[in-house]
Design a protein around this ligand. Sequence first.
Ligand code: P1T
Length: 379
Amino acid sequence: MHFDTKAVHAGVEPDPSTGAIMTPIFQTSTYVQKSPGDHQGFEYARSQNPTRSALQKSIAMLENANYGLVFGSGVAAIDAVVKLLKPGDEVISGNDLYGGTYRIFTKIFEGFGIKFHFVDMNDAAGVEQYVNENTKLIWLETPTNPMMSIIDIKAISAISKKHSLLLGVDNTFASPVLQSPMELGADIVMHSVTKYLGGHSDVVMGAIAVNDESLYKRLAFIQNSCGAVPGPQDCFLVLRGIKTLHLRMERHCENGEKVARFLAQHPEVDKVYWPGFESHPNHEIAKEQMKGFGGMISFTFHEDDMQRSFKVMEKFKLFALAESLGGVESMANHPATMTHGAIPKEERMKVGLLDSLIRLSVGIENADDLIADLEQAIG
Ligand code: P1T
């Protein structure tokens, strides 16, 4: 089945009791049993909810995976993955990643005795040097947040397979429309559903997709035991959002390209980070493993002057100055003080995350209006 058809239909069956074409919002905390243990497959809503089940099936299908699980947020999904590990285990993580992921790794799980190595995932051979007998998981984002590096998933999966490690890929920036990590060797695909999957800036949610049944069972056990499950109304909103994911991504990519090219020719702008440029260091990998270059762009000015960037962001009329991304509306974010504030400056500097860097999530508005907004704000 083609992706577009899956986006519209995956996971959603007409409701058997009424024929409702949309999965109902099963706003219930529990299910009545005839006799203890005699029920219809639903016992308690932390464990199972039909609206959630439909969404989990949908996300699994979009990711070409056998199983899906959704969580109360993207970081709750990451939390569940790390809970597969035990004290003494080690994780090799990309060094260019969402600040909240860095924070949960270092501020929560290091305290439980798990060790994290933050390394440059562009250098696959370098990654292998960190593997030892305690290593259990490799974790990466691609495109990375916020530097838009494209990590070669196949090359990293060759290392994870050689050493029998799990490979987790945060597919948030690409969305399942543009990139299918399962087909490139990932064991776990993770999403901040809050972003492109939800798509309308009205839900906070996370998801995991896996192929292996025993891995699924362990993660489902964690989901139920730790309880970070989303409510049914949020699941409904995401089911609804997914139906237009392919159309939205098409426009995000189209607008992303126009905005990136506008920024690249602007005399005030220094670097523009967008994987569609031939000059992007990972452009060839992007062409190979992605179906489009996405709508996420970061850029800097000639001088690394944070106040200059703040002034530009204050002037935006259409771009909303906000944390988050992937909504229909365009957003601008200042990673150094907002989304990546939890990462120490010396760590940020290693990947080139300057104080002046602005990150854009290009929405699905008219590109001319977006460019006009950038033009008036940058001056
Ligand atoms: O916000 P939450 O749904 O918990 O998702 C966390 C998360 C995980 N992975 C990536 C790549 C992310 O970008 C995020 C959340 N990011 C933002 C809020 C942001 O503006 O970058």
